[in-house]
Design a protein around this ligand. Structure first.
Ligand code: GUN
Length: 283
């Protein structure tokens, strides 16, 4: 079997064209969707992600501001900025790029974002709303993954779904969304015994563990749908996912590539959440 490739660039482009139209309609009524992105420190990957987020806003006709701080900034400076952004009517979405330097209490920072502007969906109130089944903002990466399933007509009801990774950003919200879509969900992590036993049972396999080409063809059930959330840099500088694409695409029925799979969808869903926040605010 050669898997169907789920093209994140193509899906992202279609969705972003729609968001641009909706943003223009909203701007004509006096509200331009606005996103503020806060970056603390000089992590090269975070710098790239933040630049991509700000550029995506510009292309979709959104207003955006990027606020950068040196790695040793006093946390209070960031809390003060968040209070200002929470009260700023031109800003509908606020995102603090993670990870933060070690002297920050990340949970406290995320809780200082107004829940109605928390477009990452990481505030405890929004995490609780997602868990109760009435999300206000769905975290962008798992939201993007769910869009792949919807777009490709993949029915999740009753399917065995296995998530590799239990992070607050991807693994946990991903599991919750799959559960809400009536899949039977298993979450595997670094302490899971016999990981391949679980992955081989999966009709839907989501890899978000951050290990280059970890998932190999022998770990995948023939016909499975494989979603690769990993972005890893190889010694030669090339990007690759958590899945061995060449091998697994011979076994799976559908697979996302890296790059060009989940990555472009994450930023797209950040635009979706920012637009939704602005539309709610405009009434
Ligand atoms: N770091 C890695 N992924 C993310 C994300 O989706 N949002 C934020 N804020 N930081 C991240």
């Amino acid at each position: 079997m050669t898997a169907r490739i789920l093209d994140g660039n193509a899906l992202a482009q279609r969705l972003r064209a729609d968001f641009k139209t909706r943003a223009e309609a909203l701007a004509a009524r006096g509200t331009r969707p606005g996103l503020a992105v806060i970056l603390v420190g000089e992590d090269p990957a975070s710098q790239v992600y933040v630049r991509n987020k700000v550029n995506a806003c510009a292309q979709a006709g959104f207003h955006s501001v990027r606020i950068s701080y040196p790695p040793d900034v006093e946390p209070q400076v960031v809390f003060d900025k968040l209070a200002e952004l929470n009260a700023d009517p031109a800003i509908h979405g606020i995102l603090v790029q993670l990870p933060l330097p070690k002297h920050f209490d990340s949970d406290a920072v995320l809780k200082a974002i107004a829940p109605a502007k928390d477009v990452d969906g990481f505030h405890a109130e929004n995490v609780g709303a997602l868990m109760q089944g009435h999300p206000r903002f769905i975290p962008c990466t798992p939201y993007g993954v769910m869009k792949f399933f919807a777009d490709a007509g993949i029915d999740l009801r009753g399917k065995e779904a296995v998530v590799l990774g239990r992070s607050n950003i991807v693994g946990k919200p991903m599991a919750m969304l799959l559960l809400q879509a009536s899949a039977t969900v298993t979450v595997c992590h670094s302490q899971t015994r016999d990981l391949a036993f679980h992955t081989r049972r999966a009709d839907i396999l989501v890899a978000a563990l951050g290990k280059a080409r970890f998932v190999t063809a022998d770990m995948v059930k023939p016909g499975a749908v494989v979603i690769d959330v990993g972005i890893n840099r190889l010694p030669d500088g090339k990007l690759c996912g958590d899945v061995d694409f060449a091998g697994v695409s011979e076994v799976a029925s559908a697979i996302t590539p890296v790059p060009g799979g989940v990555g472009p969808m994450t930023i797209t869903m950040l635009l979706a959440n920012t637009l939704e926040a602005a539309e709610r605010e405009a009434g």
